[in-house]
Design a protein around this ligand. Structure first.
Ligand code: ARG
Length: 627
């Protein structure tokens, strides 16, 4: 943090003495990005001296977040022996301790732990200074996502390709796609916030026998006008109809009826798909229209969710050369076997079964396209990492894909990651099981709108109630999806997740609104622009200190969310800070306080709002200012 503004501006009492270890590269210690790390390093330095251990060994043991203590260190992590032996070490630290701009005290409750307390004023000063300086830098350079508080430049120079959402044309946009869309967006944001260049790719399911079927279905049941009106809806209807017709035919066949092969829908579909694979222009042209229209429609829907893609790709775009190449290599490396004319990669040795890569009629399959696609994408994007955000049900598929790439000796085999997630139970709305993303958004918006209307007085003040309900409604759906660890299943419950009571999305929006309102409601309090304009010693309420402590933990939270691709870490933090603000609010007031106190508190609430808004944006939410 020290390099963002002249250190001379810092009042003498808060000048932090230079630590010798500051020049070392210590795992997990980021002095330019995380103010609290200066204080952890000060603790590590003291303990290292007393314990006669290297600072870098002690640093990871400096723990934040224990109740009623700022930083703790477990002595037993470094010293063994009876309680009396441990006491010798604890005393050594305590005897050498001198209060500084870093720390005010040290104690040991039991000779097992050392408890350090920050020099509160100095800590609060540096934290607030850092937050304001970073937000100024971010405001001045809005296109650089690595300037705001909590971000890093760790991924600079690296390129991450992410495949998410990836629905299938003419088929339901199911819960798996919804989760992939939500989680994939946040993971993309987290990578960008850590310096990576990110390419967001939507890999549409737009190829396979089912598109032969769709084509026949459209000839029978299609309607040009309806197609243009709402392609996704219409194609889905057509698909359902032709599927039913096919099933009916199958029943008749099973019952012994004879239907000439050329009249069998199943055969017709296979034939059309074969024509598509052979590049037959007529077969291709119709399919291409379906695809283009669907993409147009999808784009509009994604926009409502703050979701964007750099590339719309799809199974149909994978080059034949790459698929042939993959098939050739697996055969050359003796990784295949045959079964009734189909070619399979044998992965039984790795407990991954056998996987078809070429069907008996010579056509390709999901795995073939993913395998060929990898080569195409690597040639094009030269990624350093490629993430697939796809439901856990496809884990075997991705294990097979990655293992095959590895056995083929592909240079990118170690750059691949499948980020999986659990199921959503009961994803249905009043209108029935949700199959269209559009309907889900509409339902969330309506339910939210009703919730808002239940408070008439407040509702009357909202300028744009429908727009606001859309933002809070989508917040509710997203937060419901990301509140738990991604691997867990959850129950979709639109009524519950749009509630203002409890840990749901609307509560986070509400806290942001409250933080915005403090400034509006106190027009007579001068708004400080720098921490030097306030007296930090007036921020001495325990509730305020809890808020500041949570703000200090924020960079660690972002880091963990990024490292483990776990948006829930950020959601949990948003709830924590919202609860703290909720309880501080009534007692630590701006209005009615003397001017200096009012200024200090206002400044704190403004900075809290800034950090909460950063967190919300990382979660792809639009922070709203009034509701
Ligand atoms: N379209 C697929 C489905 O709905 C998901 C695609 C995921 N990405 C991939 N490269 N396989 O099941």
């Amino acid at each position: 943090m020290a390099n963002l503004a002249p250190a001379s501006a810092i009042p003498e009492a808060y000048q932090l003495p230079t630590l010798a270890a500051a020049t070392k590269k210590i795992e997990g210690c980021d002095l330019t990005r995380s103010p609290v790390d200066h204080f952890r390093l000060a603790v590590a330095t003291l303990v290292a001296e007393a314990f006669e251990e290297p600072v870098e060994k002690i640093y990871p043991a400096t723990e934040l977040g224990k109740k009623n203590v700022d930083i703790s260190v477990a002595i037993v992590r470094f010293k063994k022996g009876k309680p009396a032996d441990l006491k010798v070490w604890a005393d050594k630290v305590i005897d050498n301790f001198k209060p500084s701009a870093y720390l005010s005290s040290v104690s040991t409750p039991d000779n097992k732990f050392l408890y350090f307390q920050f020099n509160k004023d100095s800590f609060n000063y540096h934290l607030l200074r850092h937050i304001t300086l970073t937000s100024e830098a971010a405001l001045a350079n809005p296109t650089d996502p690595t300037l705001s508080y909590g971000t890093t430049t760790e991924g600079n120079g690296k390129h991450m390709l992410i495949d998410f959402s990836s629905p299938n044309i003419a088929k339901p946009f199911h819960a798996g796609h919804l989760r992939s869309t939500i989680i994939g967006t946040v993971i993309s944001n987290l990578y960008e916030a850590n310096g990576w260049r990110v390419t967001r790719l939507n890999y549409l399911g737009d190829w396979g026998t089912q598109y032969g079927l769709l084509s026949i279905g459209f000839d029978r049941y299609g309607n040009e006008e309806e197609l243009l009106q709402d392609p996704i809806h219409h194609l889905f209807q057509v698909y359902v109809k032709i599927n039913n017709a096919k099933a009916e035919q199958k029943e008749r066949l099973d019952a012994g009826e004879t239907i000439p092969e050329e009249e069998q829908i199943h055969h017709q579909a296979k034939k059309v798909f074969k024509d598509m694979e052979d590049g037959e222009p007529k077969a291709i042209a119709q399919w291409a229209r379906f695809r283009d229209l669907s993409i147009e429609k999808l784009k509009g829907t994604y926009e409502k969710l703050n979701v964007k893609f750099d590339v719309y790709w799809g199974e149909s775009q994978v080059s034949t050369e790459s698929m042939d190449r993959a098939t050739r290599i697996v055969q050359e490396k003796n990784l295949t076997c045959e079964d009734r004319g189909a070619l399979l990669v044998d992965l039984t040795k790795f407990k991954m079964d056998k996987a078809i890569i070429r069907k008996a009629d010579g056509t390709t399959i999901y795995l073939t396209r993913d395998l060929g696609g990898l080569h195409d994408k690597y040639e094009k994007y030269k990624f350093d990492k490629h993430i697939y955000v796809v439901q856990a049900a496809q884990s075997l598929h991705f294990n097979q894909l990655f293992k095959t790439a590895e056995l083929m000796g592909e240079p990118y085999a170690d750059k691949l990651q499948h980020i999986s997630f659990g199921l959503v139970r009961g994803m249905s709305t009043r209108k029935g099981t949700v199959v269209f993303l559009e309907d889900m958004i509409e339902e969330a918006t309506e339910t939210m709108h009703e919730q808002m209307k239940s408070n008439e007085a407040k509702y009357a003040q909202v300028e744009n109630p429908l727009e606001t309900s859309a933002v809070i409604g989508t917040t509710a759906v997203k937060i419901q999806d990301m509140a738990g660890k991604r691997i867990n299943d959850y129950d979709f419950d639109i009524k519950r997740c749009t509630s203002f009571e409890g840990d749901f999305g609307p509560f986070i929006q509400y806290s942001h609104v409250r933080l915005c309102s403090v400034q509006r409601k106190n027009p007579n309090v001068p708004v400080p622009v720098s921490v030097n304009e306030i007296d930090v010693s007036l921020l001495n309420e325990p509730k305020i200190n809890d808020i500041l402590y949570q703000l200090a933990l924020y960079p660690t939270v972002v880091k963990n969310a990024y490292t483990y691709s776990e948006p829930s870490q950020l959601v949990t933090w948003c709830f924590k800070i919202s609860h703290l603000v909720g309880t501080a609010w009534e007692t630590v007031k701006v209005s009615g306080a003397d001017e200096e106190t009012a200024k200090a508190r206002l400044f704190l609430y403004i900075q809290t709002r800034v950090v909460l808004a950063n967190a919300m944006r990382l979660l792809s939410l639009t922070p709203i200012e009034r509701m």
